[in-house]
Design a protein around this ligand. Structure first.
Ligand SMILES: [Zn+2]
Ligand SMILES: [Zn+2]
Length: 268
C-alpha cells in the first residue's frame, strides 16, 4: 500500500490542489486534521464548503481518510464541548471520518476526532477498545494531535502532544499513528517527523507554506516512510530500529519520482 500523509493544510488551496494532483498515485490519502484556518478572513462555513468539495474530488481519485483538528470545530455538543459536525461521517460519503474504522487491503484504519473535553475523549477510548477487538492485521490510527513526550510533538520549549493518546498507544500498540498539529516539530532541534513508541511508528509531517505541503509517503510493501519538506528529505525503514540522526533520502522510488514529473499536454 502506498499512502500519502499530509495535515494542517489550513485552507491553503494551493496545498489542496497539490494533494488533488498527486492523489491518483496513492492507494490512500490521509489528511490528518486542521483542514480549515480559524485566522482566515474567509468565513469558516464557506471554508468548509470549499474543503468538502476537495474531499469529494479527492475521493473520485483514491481512498480518502480524514480526521478533525482543533481548527475544524464548528459546533457545540449539548455538553458544551466543541465538535467538528461538518466532518461527521454522514456529511462525506465514501470518506473515512471521525469515529469510523475501515479495512483497506491488508490494513485496518481508525480515524479519531479532536477531543475538546471528557465526553469526546471517552468516545475515543470506546472507539479504540471496540476497534481493538476487530483488529487482525496492520492497524493505523489517524489522530490530529501527536502523542506527548515524543520528538513529533516537540515545540521547542515543551511538548504539545496528547497524554491520553500516548497511553492508548501503550495499551493497544497500533502499528502506526498519523498526526499533525505541532507545525514546527520536524523543523526544529530535538524535534522530528518520525518516532517510535514501543513498536508503534508515529508521524507528523509538519507544516510549511505554499505547495507542496510537507508530506510523508509510506510504502508498506518496501517498508519505507519518506519525509519531503522545504527543509530536506529523510527516510526511515519501518522494519528496522529507529536510529538518529535520520538519514537523507538517497534514492526516490521511480513511481514517486514519476508523480512529480510535469504533465505532458494532451496525455493522461
Ligand atoms: Zn494546524
Ligand atoms: Zn492543530
Amino acid at each position: 500500500m502506498r499512502l500519502l500523509l499530509v495535515a494542517d493544510l489550513h485552507y491553503s488551496l494551493r496545498q489542496f490542489d497539490w494533494v488533488l494532483d498527486k492523489a491518483a498515485r496513492f492507494d490512500v490519502v490521509v489528511i490528518a486534521g486542521d483542514h480549515l484556518d480559524l485566522s482566515s478572513i474567509v468565513d469558516g462555513r464557506a471554508q468548509s464548503v470549499v474543503v468538502g468539495k476537495y474531499f469529494r474530488r479527492l475521493s473520485s481519485k483514491t481512498r480518502v481518510l480524514i480526521c478533525s483538528g482543533n481548527h475544524d470545530l464548528d459546533s457545540k455538543h449539548e455538553s458544551g464541548e466543541r465538535v467538528a459536525r461538518w466532518l461527521s461521517a454522514s456529511q462525506h460519503e465514501g470518506i473515512l471520518c471521525d469515529g469510523e474504522s475501515v479495512v483497506i487491503d491488508d490494513t485496518f484504519f481508525t480515524a479519531c476526532p479532536w477531543w475538546d473535553g471528557p465526553i469526546v475523549r471517552a468516545a475515543i477510548a470506546m472507539q479504540l477498545a471496540e476497534a481493538a477487538s476487530k483488529r487482525s492485521q496492520r492497524w493505523i490510527w489517524i489522530h490530529h494531535a501527536p502523542p506527548a513526550k515524543s520528538p513529533v510533538s516537540w515545540g521547542g520549549d515543551r511538548y504539545f502532544g496528547d497524554v491520553e493518546l500516548r497511553e492508548w498507544i501503550d495499551q493497544y500498540r497500533p502499528d502506526m499513528v498519523l498526526s499533525g498539529h505541532v507545525h514546527q516539530s520536524p523543523f526544529i532541534k530535538e524535534g522530528s517527523w518520525a518516532d517510535r513508541i514501543g513498536s508503534t511508528w508515529v508521524f507528523n509531517a509538519g507544516q510549511q507554506f505554499g505547495a507542496p505541503p510537507a508530506h510523508i509517503v509510506i510504502d508498506t510493501q518496501t517498508e519505507e516512510a519518506f519525509w519531503f519538506s522545504a527543509a530536506g528529505n529523510q527516510v526511515v525503514r519501518l522494519s528496522s530500529a529507529l536510529s538518529r540522526p535520520l538519514p537523507g533520502v538517497q534514492a526516490i522510488p521511480d513511481w514517486l519520482k514519476a508523480a512529480d514529473l510535469p504533465r505532458v499536454p494532451g496525455q493522461a
